[in-house]
Design a protein around this ligand. Structure first.
Ligand code: CU
Length: 233
């Protein structure tokens, strides 16, 4: 009994202090790997068609060539064969957090259809995934606030993909360009309607009370004239 208890205690203590692994997630102090899949074949793939090593850098320096952008990956597009296994080396050259997320993957292999790498700062991660046979374009991006809008957006195409995604730096135009116009929503329409009503009310009041207003202005004019410096002499 004593040996069993000591054994159990030993097992419970024998865990890496900083690395956690549960479900499809591996996490330590440098970053996180979620939903890596190095060996499970998608249902429509009899075998792995190709083994492709891809190194992806993330950092502000890669956005310099794109006007108005602030963050970017060093490459904006990758092409692979159907049923390819991709071995990704993700390198963050910045001292801030970046992610590499791939969306639209089959949910039975990748929870929420997502493959997710994350680095809290400068560092490197490695993980693999296997893509289905479907001819498709997958969104690759960093989901931290404003990072995708500021340029950290790319696409992964299987067998040429099914078209370009919008606003991929250097590849495709945004669906809606940044115009910095007024964003017309319910509130701004309400403010406009309110301003028109107030303006109309002022005009209406001045018409209705025009007589009183004229008298008031005349009185005011007379008072001003009385107090004007020319009268002081
Ligand atoms: Cu980022």
């Amino acid at each position: 009994m004593k040996q069993i208890l000591i054994g159990l205690l030993f097992i419970s203590l024998y865990q890496p202090v900083f690395a956690m692994e549960h479900g499809g997630m591996i996490m330590d102090e440098t970053g996180m790997i979620m939903n890596a899949n190095p060996d499970q074949l998608p249902r429509d793939c009899p075998q792995i068609s190709e083994n492709k090593d891809i190194t992806i850098h993330a950092g502000q320096q890669y956005a310099e060539k794109f006007t108005g952008k602030m963050f970017a990956f060093d490459t904006q597009e990758w092409n692979v064969k159907p049923c390819a296994k991709i071995n990704i080396t993700f390198i963050n050259d910045d001292q801030i957090r970046h992610q590499l997320m791939i969306h639209g993957l089959p949910g039975y292999l990748y929870p929420d259809g997502m493959f997710h790498l994350e680095l809290n700062g400068t560092g490197q991660l490695q993980a693999s995934l296997i893509l289905p046979s479907q001819k498709k374009t997958y969104l690759v991006h960093c989901e931290l606030p404003q990072h995708m809008e500021k340029g950290m957006k790319a696409q992964l195409k299987v067998e040429g993909g099914d078209g370009d995604l919008p606003s991929i730096p250097g590849i495709s135009e945004p669906i809606k360009a940044d115009l910095y116009n007024t964003n017309w929503n319910q509130l701004s329409y309400a403010i406009l309607a309110f301003s028109i009503l107030i303006g109309a009310a002022i005009v209406l009041m001045s018409v209705i009370y025009s007589e009183q207003l004229t008298r008031l202005l005349a009185k005011l004019g007379a008072k001003l004239k009385r107090n004007s410096p020319s009268d002081l002499h």
